[in-house]
Each structure stands twice: as C-alpha cells, then as structure tokens.
Design a protein around this ligand. Structure first.
Ligand SMILES: [Zn+2]
Ligand SMILES: [Zn+2]
Length: 300
C-alpha cells in the first residue's frame, strides 16, 4: 500500500545514522528508505556538527581511537554523502541537507558554524544547545549536572542561563530550526525537580527567548525524542507551545531519529500536540527550482 503522503508530514531534525554518529545505528540510505515508507513529504537530515577539541569527545570515542580530527573527517564524508543521496532520492522524497550545531567552544562556535555551513553549502541548520559553559547538559551525569547548577546559583538559574543561551545562539547563527527548545527539562525531570525550572522567572526567560526566535524567523520544532527518552511530553512542553502560539512563533516537527526504526516516531502525536496547544499549521523548508524556500501546511 502506498503511504499517505500528507503535506504536513515533515521532519527537519533527525536522520542521525551509524555511518556518521557514534550513538546512532544503521546507514543513511536505510534512514531515507524508512522516511519514504513513513510517507514523509519533506525529510531534513541534520547530523551532529563535529566537536573540535579533544575535551569534548564522548566517553567511548577516545577508546575507539577517535580524535577531534576523526569527527572532522566523518563530517566531511557526511556532507558529501547527504548531498548525493538527496539527489538520488529526489523523485521519491524531498531531502533537505543540514546539520545540528554545537555551541562549543563557547568563544568561537559562531565562526565554526558559519564555516561548516558555507564550506559545504548546507540547506539549513538546527540550532541546538547541548552545552552550558562548555559542559554537556543532556548526556552528562547527574553529578555533573547538579555541580553546574550549583556553580550557576541553583536549578532555576541554570534554566534561565540555558534559555538565555538559546536566545544568544539564535541571534548569533540564525538557525532555520530551534532544536528541542526545553532540553533542560530532560535531566531535571529524571531528578524529579521539574518544578524548579517552571518558576515565573524561568517562564519570563522562555518568553524572552521565544521573542528572539520569532524575530529571527526560526521554526521551533516539536521534537518527539522527548517521549522516547521518558518525558511525559515531547519538546517543548505544552505551556511553551501555547505561549509560542499566542506570540505567533512558527513551529515545525522533528523525529530526531538515530536509527531507521525511529524514523517517523511520534509523528501523529506531534501533530496532535501542536493542534491541542493552539498551533494549526506546520512550517518547513523545501526545494523549488533548486532553491531552498520556506513554506507551510495545514495540520487540520
Ligand atoms: Zn545524537
Ligand atoms: Zn540534539
């Protein structure tokens, strides 16, 4: 049976594959085949940007003999492969070629992102903040996370600093997509401390960040990996989607897939999450006569 290829079925964040990412599985080709099967109208692939210094390598990477240079070489291969595959799949699926940024090292991430973007001619970037003060906030241990919170004056301060970082990043690199806007919720939820990051002060910081996001015309993704990681809601939580909807912020969808079986995960639920929180259309990028353009589709 032909999959139902509705216009709203898009993902602009995902397609991490075992070929180019140490914590993903499967080939990029298999990921794209899955995206065709799911019935995606547009599928954006946004592999992780290389981390350029040894201190940022993940736990098992040094043991695998990897260095910062290895990540650079892998990314170079990725950039060429995704472009070739997007052309090969063009008659079955619109594939957008992107990458997910890092905000490290904090004093020169902007230049690095500009370099990768221009050097390889990517269609778009996903603006994600995984680090605060060069410390990983989602993959780190509870201890590292709590230590960082203490340094910053507590969890509430950490959350405010996190959202301010997202705003700074959005202004600095003008990403087309804002990745998992409330990622700070992940570890806080696991620690049972969500209340500490939903205070009036944090809400105000979120509102200011949404203001910046709207001013740079970036799309906030509903990222379904939140469910996969055990959160009761995807990123961002309902109250943030409602606030963004009232402010006229644009939303898109991302499955943040890290293997073929995760492609399309939570797609219908993401649509329901948007609709139930007051968002009636999804925004995305597509290709028109060779050019990358912004467009939208009704979710109803
Ligand atoms: Zn990843
Ligand atoms: Zn991410």
């Amino acid at each position: 049976m032909e999959p139902n290829r509705s216009a709203w079925k898009i993902s602009l964040h995902g397609g991490h594959s075992g070929e180019f990412c140490e914590h993903a599985e499967g080939s990029l080709r298999d990921i794209l085949e899955s995206a065709v099967q799911v019935g995606y109208h547009v599928f954006g692939v946004a592999e992780h940007m290389p981390r350029v210094e040894e201190r940022f390598l993940y736990g098992k990477e040094p043991a695998m003999g990897w260095t910062a240079q290895t990540l650079e070489q892998i990314f170079d291969r990725y950039a060429h492969t995704i472009r070739a595959l997007s052309e090969e799949f063009a008659d079955r699926l619109t594939v957008m070629c992107g990458f997910e940024i890092e905000v490290i090292p904090q004093d020169r991430y902007q230049q690095l992102i500009t370099h990768y973007r221009n050097h390889y001619g990517f269609d778009y970037i996903v603006g994600s903040v995984h680090y605060l003060n060069d410390t990983l906030i989602d993959g780190s241990s509870d201890e590292t996370f709590l230590e960082l919170a203490e340094q910053l004056g507590g969890l509430e301060c950490l959350a405010v600093a996190y959202y301010q970082k997202v705003a700074e990043m959005a202004q600095a690199v003008r990403p087309e997509v804002i990745g998992h806007l409330d990622l700070v919720r992940l570890r806080t939820h696991r620690l049972g401390m969500t209340e500490a990051i939903e205070t009036p002060r944090v809400r105000q910081a979120v509102e200011q960040t949404l203001e910046v996001i709207r001013s740079v015309d970036a799309f906030v993704e509903v990222n379904t990996a939140g469910w996969r990681k055990g959160l009761p809601e995807p990123y961002p939580a309902s109250w943030i989607v409602q606030l963004g909807a009232r402010m006229g912020v644009k939303f898109c969808i991302g499955d943040d897939s890290h293997r073929p079986s995760q492609v399309g995960f939570g797609l219908e639920e993401a649509r329901a999450h948007l609709l139930s929180n007051g968002v009636k259309e999804v925004h995305f990028l597509t290709r028109q006569e060779g050019a990358v353009v912004k467009t939208r589709a009704s979710l109803e």
